[in-house]
Design a protein around this ligand. Structure first.
Ligand code: GLN
Ligand code: ZN
Length: 758
């Protein structure tokens, strides 16, 4: 064991998603909570063991959760919304997370720029907090009984407040003086557990651009927390970016150490001198906690040596860059993966060995390695060498094509294009359409699965998909929609579907990552240069178009969304990878229009979530994200109408960027906010056409004609009828046909009523 090896946190869902299974079974009332607890116990035990066996010294407790650690923190403070206060124990806990018959669930939102979602605590100025330390104390004891003395992980008070919301929308930091004493009591209690105890306090909010007011809370908070007990060593940990403003303050508090991310927060290096001059320990996050690539150990050692030029080795520890929560579990179950590619990967369990090995090498030198470790190191060197030259990754043709690609914008100005398009396409004011997908029925899912597993023939599969498209088109015609879609039955997922057809994309069998609660996602991964061996959607679209006289809208996922919902190679800058995807898509668009598709939608659902955490980096991101959307559609002729779709409506900060994407039409999500969020489009004089969602597709409820009429009228108060399209908020794949049919019929009827009144 290396005494200096450190893991920020470990995934909890289980290598076979055991926690997911038992939770869902409990929620379906198929087992008792006692059974859930037993599975949880086993998982914690196993996870601690993995870390111990890998030789990790700093192993966490309280990184486990039945649902989410922000929710756990709210429980620790007894900070719960009134609507749940009559409930107790697990009923209360899961009601807060998931809602119940009487009460809606608490809100959920993205954890920084990851795909993990946390529960947003609801605070109120009237709140009275009370310490509930049970989970934290028990987990520590549980590990100790197993012979492991853990560090205790907590979400820090400043991050907790910063990510919470106040029911009256006021400033959550006003509750600081109520929250801090609870943390103080907690630490007092923790101090009684052992003679010496390490507490890792996560403050990832420090990586954002914080107001001076927020920064001013840091010193009093950590002065107070660090002086509770001699026996507690506090490490304040940040990740995903640099936190230099906070570091400057923290070095002047009595904390024991700082955990910093040197991969996604390279700028943390600017703080090294300051840390060296203080007596703080530095937990250096150098093994990527949110990607799947094997660490380049030689390079990491160089990085550490670099750091050690400023901060003495005695002060240093070797760590993951963040909690391994954001990476899949273990490569053990990847049986089908190409051996060569698999050898480039490293999931959470494998990363433990990396941290351990790097730590040993760095602190004790190569002489200290045993034979097994020497072999591992040699393999690592070989794998990384191989990755630099493998033809599976590096494709000269793609590189040349992308480097020489110089069509950064499509032909014709928008004002000219739209005239031509309106003329040729002949759609009416308030043209009706949908976002693309129609209900994914059990039959469709079954057919896709059966085809994938070789249980039905290609012909059989295509027949079934075509039958779905036939019905879908027939319904849309009968319903009276103006611009039709094919319904996306052949797509399991809007990114995976394209990934499967692009060269340079890989897929895992068991690469699940927790997204929220019991839900996991299995992102595909980009390992090599991206190209399109052959058209991806053209045959389907041609078929769908052949079934109707009306216009059939083609459907693609945009480059930025494909990138943001994949694990991306770490040997090339993201913007270069994105450009490769864009170039591949530009060929697809050309093929689609040549096949007679006149309108093509390029979805950018994840455009906004790709935004950097720091203001200073936004311009750069926007520049390449817009560039690549424009590259993707650069082949579109003037008369080909390009649509895009984004699944949210908060456009205030990014409206000019959206406009610069130069899509002829954008559909967005607005139904739940009336016309409020559309106003920004008017304010900035947004040129292009807009399809604000007129009903919420997240709910099974069928909106009435009258309701939609009202909604359309609200929209017309903001934008003129010539500029508006009418559509639902988002795709319909999660809905049932019984809901979709009446909803869309009502939408079309509503448009007819409004049109007749205009
Ligand atoms: N075209 C996709 C669909 O309709 C868009 C989904 C999305 O924006 N998330 O399902
Ligand atoms: Zn959407």
């Amino acid at each position: 064991m290396s005494k200096k090896s450190y893991i920020t946190g470990f995934p909890r869902i289980g290598e076979q998603r055991e926690l997911k299974r038992i939770l869902e079974s409990f929620w379906a009332q198929k087992c008792s909570f006692n059974e859930v607890e037993n599975v949880a116990k086993e998982l914690k035990k196993r996870h601690w063991n993995y870390q111990k066996e890998a030789g990790i010294k700093y192993i966490s407790s309280n990184d486990f959760s039945y649902y989410d650690t922000m929710l756990d923190t709210a429980i620790m403070l007894s900070a719960m919304p009134k609507r749940f206060s009559d409930l107790a124990n697990e009923t209360q806990y899961f009601s807060m997370a998931r809602g119940n018959k009487e009460s809606v669930a608490m809100e959920m939102t993205k954890w920084f720029n990851t795909n993990y979602h946390y529960i947003v605590p609801e605070l109120s100025l009237e709140d009275e907090y009370r310490l509930n330390s049970e989970k934290i104390i028990n987990e520590y004891k549980e590990a100790k009984a197993q012979g492991i003395k853990t560090k205790i992980n907590l979400i820090g008070p400043i991050t907790f407040l910063g990510l919470s919301k106040r029911v009256d929308r006021g400033d959550t930091y006003m509750l600081h003086s109520k929250v801090l004493p609870i943390y103080e009591s907690l630490l007092k209690e923790i101090a009684t557990l052992d003679d010496e105890i390490t507490v890792q306090i996560d403050e990832p909010i420090f990586v954002k651009d914080n107001d001076p007011k927020v920064l001013s809370l840091i010193k009093p908070t950590y002065d107070a927390l660090s002086t509770i007990s001699e026996s507690i060593k506090i490490i304040v940990t940040t990740y995903f970016e640099h936190s230099n403003e906070a570091t400057r303050i923290l070095v002047n508090t009595p904390i024991w150490g700082l955990g910093l991310d040197f991969l996604y927060g390279e700028k943390n290096k600017e703080s090294l001198a300051r840390i060296a001059n203080s007596d703080k320990k530095l937990i250096a996050g150098v093994v990527d906690g949110r990607n799947i690539w094997k660490n380049d150990i030689k390079r990491t050692l160089e990085l550490l040596e670099d750091i050690a030029k400023v901060v003495p080795k005695e002060q240093l520890f070797v760590s993951s860059s963040c909690s391994l929560l954001h990476t899949p579990f273990t490569l053990k179950y990847e049986e089908k993966m190409d051996r060569e590619i698999k050898n480039w990967l490293s999931y959470a369990v494998e990363k433990l060995d990396e941290v351990s090995l790097i730590s040993k090498l760095f602190f004790e030198g190569e002489e200290s390695l045993n034979n097994h470790e020497k072999v591992v190191l040699e393999n690592n060197t070989q794998a990384n060498k191989h990755r630099k030259t493998s033809t599976v990754i590096h494709d000269k043709n793609v590189q040349n094509k992308v480097a020489n690609f110089n069509k950064f914008t499509r032909d014709g100005q928008y004002e000219e294009r739209i005239k031509i398009q309106k003329e040729i396409l002949g759609y009416r004011e308030l043209a009706t359409t949908t976002i693309g997908s129609f209900p994914q029925t059990p039959e469709v899912r079954k057919a896709r699965q059966a085809f994938k597993n070789g249980l039905i023939s290609k012909e059989d599969y295509e027949q079934q998909m075509k039958a779905y498209i036939d019905d879908c088109v027939a319904f849309q015609e009968a319903c009276g929609l103006d611009i039709l879609v094919h319904g996306e039955p052949e797509r399991n997922d809007m990114v995976e579907y394209f990934g499967e057809q692009l060269q340079g994309y890989g897929f895992s069998q068991n690469g699940w990552v927790q997204s929220y609660g019991s839900r996991c996602v299995k992102p595909p991964f980009i390992y090599g240069d991206i190209s399109r061996p052959k058209p991806m959607t053209v045959e389907w679209m041609k078929y769908a178009q052949s079934k109707t006289e009306k216009i059939m809208k083609g459907m693609l996922t945009g480059p930025v969304t494909i990138l943001n919902w994949s694990f991306v190679r770490d040997d090339k800058p993201r913007d270069e990878v994105s450009k490769q995807i864009a170039v591949a898509l530009s060929d697809e668009i050309d093929d689609l229009q040549n096949a007679g598709i006149q309108i093509i939608q390029v979805d950018e659902a994840a455009f906004k979530e790709g935004y950097p955490l720091r203001e200073a980096d936004i311009k750069t991101y926007e520049a390449w994200a817009v560039r690549d959307f424009k590259i993707a559609v650069s082949t579109a002729k003037e008369e080909t109408q390009i649509h895009t779709h984004m699944c949210y409506s908060e456009f205030n900060d990014i409206i000019k960027t959206i406009e610069a994407m130069d899509a002829d039409v954008i559909s967005i999500e607005t139904a739940r906010s009336g016309n409020e969020l559309l106003k920004i489009f008017k304010q900035v004089g947004y040129k292009q056409e807009v399809g604000p969602g007129v009903y919420d597709i997240h709910s099974p409820r069928v909106p009435s004609v009258e309701e939609i009429v009202q909604q359309i009228k609200l929209l017309l108060e903001v934008l003129p009828k010539e500029q508006l399209w009418i559509n639902p908020d988002c795709g319909l794949k999660t809905r049932k046909w019984e809901e979709v049919k009446p909803s869309l019929s009502n939408m079309v009827k509503a448009v007819q009523i409004v049109r007749s009144e205009l």
